[in-house]
Design a protein around this ligand. Structure first.
Ligand code: ADP
Ligand code: MG
Ligand code: ZN
Length: 641
């Protein structure tokens, strides 16, 4: 008999928890195998009992011989170990009997003499084999199948691996159109061309042109890449096949590749249509990297995708669109001509774009007349489309919570505050902490207000929100800026260091609260030196080649710029000098407005949230007196440690 596959030494506790584990951890886990082993043993025992235990009356060999001599036996089957047979008339209610065979050379003679019909048995040749290994094999197969099923998730058994998950369905009439997308006009413009291709492919191919195959949408998360892809399908009125890059990467080598084949085969039947691969970076990461060797499955899937894209008949009008927010990690092979050679940048919207996005999303929201979306747009610099959609929703929820009939401007204000700095926290800060934060924020606000050319302070707050943000000072740009001059950046550095410097001046001590300020300031200073050529000492040379490649350029290039050790030292020194100068500037402004720092801080501790108008009223007196101080430029000034 075959051994069962029960691993030794499993404790029963493991069995139970093993049953509840998620499918991914199933292979090799105890629990399943043990139960199966037990079931297998029992099944074997039953089979054995059924097949090997002879039927009918069990009699001794002597009884059998006596019956033969007495002429009671009609027929026997002589097996290797047993003799089974039937009586000519029933004895004890049964006609059949069996007995264990004894080596008896005269048996045949006696059977002949008694006129009993006898046959040998073939059964014994193959039945034990069936029991011995065919059945265990079947059971093992069942066991294996069971695990594959568990690993494949609820819908995937061994037979369905190759098939794409249920997600590969074509959406035949997408209702999204370009009017649902705003703030990404450039991308929209480029995609309109694709729509034309899809609508009338013949027009383009008739002249021998090649319809573009791949369009890669590149941009930060939430900017509407997925939305745009669907809008293209909706505008062109073609079927839309969408799948996420991560869905192609499975545990088993070859499965992802099979899915790619499947996807393309299905799409080809429905041409003209769009195949959309979301989050392409999940599968299109550059091959053969990482210390553990290559990721074979992903590599195979990627190869399959590349060859499908190559093999595709370009007259078929199937456009492959993909989206990623990490183009720099993509395999260069994906970006070659004939593949994703068209790249469309989907960027965060500017102030007009934000307003348009807000309008789209507040279409179905009852707005009060006091809501000014232009102001909301101005206050949400840096928000992506998805953030703005979220903002409108949040404002509507807030209004509903306050039982209002319409969504008011104050709801938007509160929603912005929430989204910007996280949700209000219940925990109260100690008096000491509040004081530190108040000085810190006043410092930022005063430096920002006293520095000419800075964006006006919109609001400062010491209401603790979310993780990490104990307070904030918010400046609202009057316009979106595309260019910053050196002086703007130096001023920004001073404002960023203003918080920490205020703590230093007022309390003679610094806290951990300035970590984020320092990080941002250092980033700016480093970029000034290495990227923007703003250091006289190092000259107008870009030392940073890694950052430049972030968007659209081919991936590759060193992690950090290539320069000599000495240059690195020089860069560090220059960054340090910029930071020191900025600190000196903040120090100069704050110590010459020491009384103002006190009064703003006191007021802030009282009201917790102060808007820009009130701040400026508080500061107005001091500014009039000290006007002549402000003319001095912030840099270059001697370093102060
Ligand atoms: P991405 O794919 O770039 O991460 P999505 O397309 O998934 O972003 O955007 C998520 C949601 O945010 C969209 O369904 C839409 O409601 C909203 N949204 C994002 N960008 C825009 C935009 N430019 N115009 C209108 N709505 C947008
Ligand atoms: Mg997306
Ligand atoms: Zn700060």
């Amino acid at each position: 008999m075959a051994e069962t596959g029960v691993p030794p030494g499993l404790n029963p506790r493991d069995q139970r928890s093993g049953e509840q584990r998620t499918p991914l951890t199933a292979p090799g886990r105890p629990g399943g195998p043990l139960w199966y082993g037990l079931a297998f043993l029992i099944a074997m025992a039953l089979v054995q009992a059924w097949v090997l235990t002879p039927a009918g009356r069990q009699i001794s060999y002597s009884e059998f011989k006596a019956a033969v001599r007495g002429g009671q036996v009609a027929e026997v089957v002589v097996g290797e170990q047993t003799i089974r047979g039937s009586y000519s008339s029933a004895i004890d209610g049964t006609r059949t009997f069996s007995t264990a065979r004894i080596d008896d050379p005269r048996l045949i003679e006696e059977l002949d003499g008694a006129g009993v019909r006898y046959t040998g048995e073939f059964m014994n040749r193959w039945l034990p084999e069936v029991i011995g290994w065919v059945i265990p094999l079947l059971l093992l197969f069942a066991l294996w199948n069971f695990f594959l099923k568990r690993m494949g998730g609820a819908d995937g058994g061994i037979m369905s691996f190759a098939r794409s998950k249920h997600k590969v369905f074509s959406e035949d009439d997408v209702t999204v159109s370009f009017s649902d997308v705003a703030g990404v006009d450039e991308a929209e413009g480029e995609l309109k061309e694709i729509v034309e291709f899809l609508k009338t492919p013949a027009k383009y191919t008739a002249l021998g042109g090649r319809i573009p195959k791949g369009v890669l949408l590149v941009g930060p998360p939430g900017t509407g890449k997925t939305l745009l892809a669907r809008a293209v399908a909706g505008e062109a009125k073609v079927p839309f096949f969408s799948m996420s890059g991560s869905e192609f990467v499975e545990m088993f080598v070859g499965v992802g590749a099979a899915r790619v084949r499947d996807l393309f085969a299905k799409a080809e039947q429905k041409a003209p249509c769009i195949i959309f691969i979301d989050e392409l970076d999940a599968l299109g990461r550059a091959r053969a990297q990482g210390p553990m060797g290559s990721h074979e499955e992903r590599e195979q899937t990627l190869n399959q995708l590349l060859s499908e894209m190559d093999g595709f008949d370009s007259r078929k009008a199937v456009i492959i669109m993909a989206a990623t927010n990490r183009p720099e990690v993509l395999d260069p092979a994906l970006l070659r001509p004939g593949r994703f050679d068209r790249q469309v940048l989907v960027d965060k919207p500017d102030v007009k774009g934000r307003e348009a996005v807000l309008r789209i999303h507040s279409k179905h929201v009852t707005l009060s007349p006091d809501v000014n979306l232009t102001i909301v747009a101005a206050r949400t610099a840096g928000f992506a489309g998805a953030d703005l959609a979220n903002l409108v929703n949040e404002a509507a929820l807030l209004a509903a919570r306050h039982d209002k009939a319409t969504v008011e401007m104050s709801d938007f204000e509160e929603a912005i505050d929430r989204l910007v700095a996280g949700l209000k926290k219940k925990r109260v800060m100690s008096q000491k902490e509040r004081e530190i934060v108040a000085y810190h924020e006043s410092g930022h606000a005063i430096v920002a207000t006293m520095t000419p050319g800075m964006d006006p302070v919109h609001k400062l707050s010491i209401v603790q929100r979310g993780f990490g943000a104990l307070g904030y000072t918010m400046q609202v740009p009057l316009e979106d800026r595309y260019l910053l001059q050196r002086q703007d950046l130096l001023n920004q550095l001073a404002v960023l260091l203003g918080g920490r410097t205020a703590e230093e001046i007022a309390l003679g001590e610094i806290s951990t609260g300035a970590q984020n300020d320092l990080m941002r300031a250092t980033d700016i200073a480093r970029s000034m030196v290495t990227e923007w050529g703003m250091s006289d000492l190092l000259g107008a040379i870009s030392y940073d080649t890694s950052k430049r490649n972030k968007f659209l350029d081919l991936p590759g290039g060193p992690e950090r710029g290539v320069y000599a050790e000495d240059t690195a030292r020089l860069i560090d020194a220059e960054v340090k000098r910029l930071m020191t100068d900025a600190h000196a500037e903040a120090h100069r402004i704050l110590s010459s407005h020491r009384d103002m720092l006190e009064s703003v801080t006191r007021r802030l501790l009282e009201v917790e949230v102060m808007d820009g108008a009130e701040l400026r009223k508080l500061l107005d007196g001091a500014r009039a007196v000290q006007e002549h101080d402000e003319v001095a430029p912030a840099s270059p000034s001697p370093g102060v440690q």
